[in-house]
Design a protein around this ligand. Structure first.
Ligand code: SF4
Length: 505
């Protein structure tokens, strides 16, 4: 297709949405506006893929960050946002905070360009300007809340321009519950595009040497050492690793689709799994954590890849004693609650439990899916309460109720725990920054649990030392007491030399 083939979009947007409603504008208002603007099918798809939880707004960061991050981490992929300036400011800030080192494209709008449909034309122009085959394999455009609710029709963008693929996705906060699932929105859209390309004819193979082995494609962002460890677990079965998803390069998508088995390590990649299944690939859930988790996972992967029972047993015999040895050498004697929004919470809880920890509660912002059902059953059989789509309020209540020696959780949960004098660490920075799988994962958590629980009495000393500083009326820098009420501004004008009128009131 050439740029001259591009179809002109209809005018879009209702005035109330154009006036700036966002995640503060009310979910129902935005959903109704999106449906009226022709996005009913898209919303139905999102609702089926990412069922909603108890709260009607995401409680973690803007969901679109997940899609943006996936795009920004890929080579030769440009990512363009279409949304309100405040949303884009927050998203670019967060991207660079997490070290994106990449340009975030932005197509701004105002009420008039939105209502008249000019925004679509501006997006189309930006895509045409960006889609240079020397620079990019693909251009991703992400509709945020207001353009989605206004019906900006990214599906009318050309599918490719001079060989550069164009991927337009809607990632509204009122349709995608977490930024974790937003990673799947883009991964699934790209995988679908790549699958259709592969069905039409030869495609590029991934970089690196040819791999003759049948492979396993891992779904989910992982600590960099984990894929290496998983490769070692698979090697005795004669299996290699396919490129991981979310991928780092467009051509990796073909390599992932070419796997023998897809492993849904993170359980929320619903759209991506749909593409693997459409390509005829079996999908296995859970992950190789601890002794029992690793044994089951190797069996299921081996069976799905038609590996002989003898080879599966060989893989287990190589891995399990080593994991058992590390767990025995690094026992965890603590009560730990786990809360997070990354999708690996149940796997972390399994590992903690096998290492000897008592885990009364696991809360995850992600939904229950067929790929974490076995982990849920394993944990519940050992007395752990598993809360899917957990709200912050549920996580905090569980932490208060369970009185853990250590709480692993999100930033607001950690803050609440520390206010109560309880050791707590941030899941993303501390837990996800360590290996989880195989022998390396078996010893990684013990060290942080021991280090944090050792200093438990320090937290209660800090609570008594600060004694309500920074709470209530003393919140804020330099605040030392209850606010002093300002005098009311006088109604009538007074002489300028009236000393009773404070300057600047
Ligand atoms: S795009 Fe994100 S920040 Fe903006 S209104 Fe939607 S959910 Fe809120």
């Amino acid at each position: 297709m050439t740029t001259s083939d591009i179809i002109t979009a209809p005018a879009v947007a209702t005035p109330e949405v154009a006036s700036g409603a966002g995640c503060h504008g009310g979910r129902e208002t935005m959903v109704e506006a999106a449906k009226a603007a022709g996005k009913s099918d898209m919303l139905a798809r999102l609702e089926a893929d990412y069922p909603r939880g108890p709260h009607d707004q995401p409680q973690s960061m803007c969901p679109a960050f997940g899609s943006l991050r996936v795009g920004l981490r890929m080579r030769r992929v440009a990512t363009i946002l279409s949304g309100s300036a405040c949303c884009v400011y927050g998203l670019t800030f967060t991207s660079h905070f997490y070290g994106a080192k990449r340009t975030v494209g932005y197509v701004p709008f105002n009420s008039e360009t939105l209502v008249r449909g000019q925004l679509y034309e501006d997006i189309r122009a930006a895509v045409i300007e960006t889609a240079k085959p020397d620079d990019y394999d693909a251009v991703v455009v992400i509709n945020l809340c207001v353009p989605t609710a206004s019906g900006v029709p990214l599906d009318l963008l050309p599918k490719q321009i001079d060989g550069v693929r164009i991927i337009g996705i809607d990632v509204p906060g009122f349709g995608v519950p977490t930024h974790a699932e937003a990673k799947d929105v883009l991964s699934g859209a790209m995988l679908r595009y790549a699958r259709l390309e592969a069905e039409e004819g030869p495609v590029q193979r991934p970089r690196g040497p040819n791999q003759d082995l049948p492979t396993v494609a891992l779904l989910g962002e992982m600590f960099p050492a984990d894929p290496v460890g998983v490769a070692a677990l698979l090697a005795p079965m004669g299996l290699g690793l396919a490129p991981q998803l979310p991928s780092r390069e467009w051509r990796d998508l073909y390599g992932a689709l070419d796997c023998a088995v897809a492993a849904a390590i993170h359980p929320f990649y619903t759209a991506s799994v749909r593409e693997f299944r459409a390509a005829g690939r079996p999908v296995v859930g859970s992950g190789p954590v601890g002794v029992e988790g690793t044994a089951t996972w190797l069996e299921e992967i081996g069976r799905a890849a038609n590996i002989s029972a003898a080879k599966i047993d060989e893989a287990k015999a190589r891995a399990l004693p080593a994991i058992q040895g590390v767990l025995a050498a690094n026992p965890i004697k603590a009560r730990v609650t786990v809360s997070g929004y990354e999708g690996s919470e149940l796997l972390v809880a399994r590992l903690l439990t096998e290492a000897g920890a008592e885990v009364p509660y696991v809360g995850t912002a992600c939904p229950r899916t067929e790929w974490n059902a076995a982990d849920q059953a394993w944990l519940e059989a050992r007395g752990t309460h598993v809360q899917f789509r957990a709200s912050l309020e549920q996580d905090v209540a569980a932490m208060i109720d369970a009185k853990p020696d250590l709480a692993l959780g999100t930033t607001p949960l950690v803050q609440k725990a520390k206010e109560l004098g309880r050791p707590a660490i941030y899941f993303t920075n501390m837990v996800s920054a360590r290996p989880l799988f195989g022998p390396a994962g078996a010893g990684a958590l013990a060290a942080i649990v021991a280090a944090q629980t050792r200093g438990a009495d320090r937290f209660s000393r800090m609570v008594s030392f600060f004694d309500k500083v920074g709470t209530g009326d003393s919140v804020g820098y330099g605040a030392t007491g209850a606010p002093v009420p300002r005098r009311k501004k006088p109604k009538a004008a007074r002489p300028v030399d009236d000393a009773n009128v404070p300057i600047g009131v």
